[in-house]
Design a protein around this ligand. Structure first.
Ligand code: HEM
Length: 357
């Protein structure tokens, strides 16, 4: 029996076909940025597949975690490759998500009616950072152990709820095996569940609204009276996406083969913290900004001020579509604020990398 008529009686096959046929991508000088969301999605897919494979051998306890990762790296066939792919892809995923965010920001793609697409995107980025933070501890090595201690300590500066938050994050007053088990549960169950829902919403909305045309391109089109040319998504843009994914896969394979992810030294909670403890590169700017704050500003704890400013920044980022009034002045303001934030983040990261204190 032919499968298509059978399916069509049971599923909206015609509607799906029509949706695919109608999806088009605007072609203009900024079209290259439309690849970034798909690239982020590709790395997310790599994380799901390699993460499930790692789960087959990883053991989430302080006594066994390090040995199980060592076993994966040395004894499990291609285990070293799967772990390296997972670690490299996590880093490239965060990089791609940041570039995707800034490109969407500069092209003003968050404007009406894409506010919810934007908000789901900001939440996805925070989620990816949480994946990175919780995953970092799982091999239970020295670097991760102390970086987690420093990272979770930051919450302690918040008045009233600080101490309770640190206890909640760590599963006790200190980073112990309880923290590891907790981070593991969050990393492999809680975050993936939330990410699936948010990603589903994000992609559904992208499909529903179609790709946005940046205001400058729209203005050009109005002035010249020419319509913005459109490219069919299937097969033209999808094949280009596929080409990008192939390049990304080659890059991942090259990085994993030539620079396999290191395991480092087993964590020893009783050892003194080694020098040069640093979080992953994408948290470096926050870490450096906190470090550069004076102990007190006008009698207020400096760390607390930095946390308050960053929290306000994160909230402003989330509600940005509602802050931008969509006038040329307000759009210029958003552009300059975004440039300032980007310069600040890059500068702080460089200072941290070059060993500034
Ligand atoms: C796991 C993370 C993410 C994935 C997998 C993802 C995926 C995608 C995909 C596949 C697209 C369509 C192609 C494109 O425009 O690039 C898209 C569009 C979009 N994304 Fe994301 N995204 C993620 C995170 C984000 C973040 C962090 C933001 C910003 C806050 C964001 C905001 C948007 C917006 C506003 C659009 C519509 C763009 C337009 O219509 O021109 N996304 N996303």
């Amino acid at each position: 029996m032919p499968i298509k008529p059978w399916l069509a009686e049971r599923m909206p096959v015609a509607e799906l076909e029509a949706a695919i046929e109608h999806k088009t991508v605007p072609q203009h000088r900024h079209s290259v940025w439309y690849y970034l969301g798909g690239m982020t999605l590709f790395f997310f897919g790599v994380q799901v597949v390699t993460g499930i494979l790692l789960l087959l051998y990883y053991r989430p306890s302080a006594a066994e975690a390090y040995d199980s990762v060592q076993f994966i790296m040395t004894r499990v066939p291609f285990g070293w490759l799967i772990r390296s792919l997972h670690s490299w892809s996590a880093n490239l995923l965060v990089a791609a998500a940041f570039i995707h965010l800034f490109s969407v920001l500069f092209l003003k793609a968050y404007r009406k009616p894409r506010e919810i697409t934007w908000i789901s995107g900001v939440l996805l980025l925070f989620l990816m950072l949480a994946f990175g933070f919780t995953g970092y501890l799982l091999p239970w090595n020295e670097l991760a152990f102390f970086a987690t201690r420093v990272g979770t300590d930051i919450a302690g500066a918040v008045p009233f709820i600080g101490e309770a938050t640190v206890r909640f994050l760590r599963g006790g007053p200190e980073v112990t095996g309880a923290t590891l088990t907790r981070f593991y549960g969050v990393h492999v169950a809680v975050l993936p569940a939330i990410a699936t829902v948010l990603l589903g919403l994000h992609l559904l909305l992208v499909q529903y609204h179609g790709m946005s045309v940046p205001p400058s391109v729209e203005a050009d089109a109005r002035r010249t009276g020419r319509r913005v040319p459109m490219m069919p998504f299937v097969p033209h843009f999808a094949l280009r996406d596929l080409f990008g994914w192939t390049v990304a896969l080659a890059m991942l394979a090259g990085l994993s083969a030539f620079l396999p992810w290191e395991l480092g030294v087993r964590a020893d909670p009783f050892a003194p913290a080694p020098a040069g403890i640093q979080p992953e590169w994408y948290f470096l700017w926050t870490f450096q900004a906190l470090k550069l704050m004076p102990a007190y500003v006008l009698g207020i704890n400096g760390e607390l001020i930095a946390i308050a400013v960053m929290t306000a920044g994160a909230l402003a980022l989330m509600v940005l579509p509602f802050l931008d009034r969509n006038t040329p002045r307000s759009q210029r303001l958003v552009t300059w604020a975004s440039v300032a934030a980007l310069v600040f983040m890059v500068a702080m990261t460089l200072v941290a990398l070059l060993g500034g204190h």
